[in-house]
Design a protein around this ligand. Sequence first.
Ligand code: FES
Length: 144
Amino acid sequence: MNTERRKFIKSSCNFCLMAAGGFLLSELSACSPAVKVLKVPVSGNTVTIPLNAFASGPQLIVRPSGWYYDIAVRKKEKNTYEALFLQCTHQQNQLVVDPHGYKCNLHGSQFDEDGKVVKGPAGRPLKRFNTTIGPDQLIIQLKD
Ligand code: FES
């Protein structure tokens, strides 16, 4: 079996596993660079993401069911993860991904990829959710 065929089968299997687990993966093509969007069910105060969802890149946009706002999840060095609430800290507008982090299209605030304010009027960094790593999944605590 050639290498390209193996890669195709592997990526197809990852997608099937996520679909069977109730996850829906799509791509946010309006963003630059393109970022995968993972729709996930909320269980109690947590959402769970299979770690293989990061196989195609270090960043995902997580869309918890029933939530208006997304969560940006990024795999960092040493197998750590950061989960940022994409709600603008100025007047609660939904943020979008941009090449340098996140931006608000309502009044122009910009945040870096760690959620720090780069440009106001927002004055506070983005809310960060606690995460826990399991054997093959990442758990995001939605409440403190
Ligand atoms: S709501 Fe985001 S800058 Fe005002």
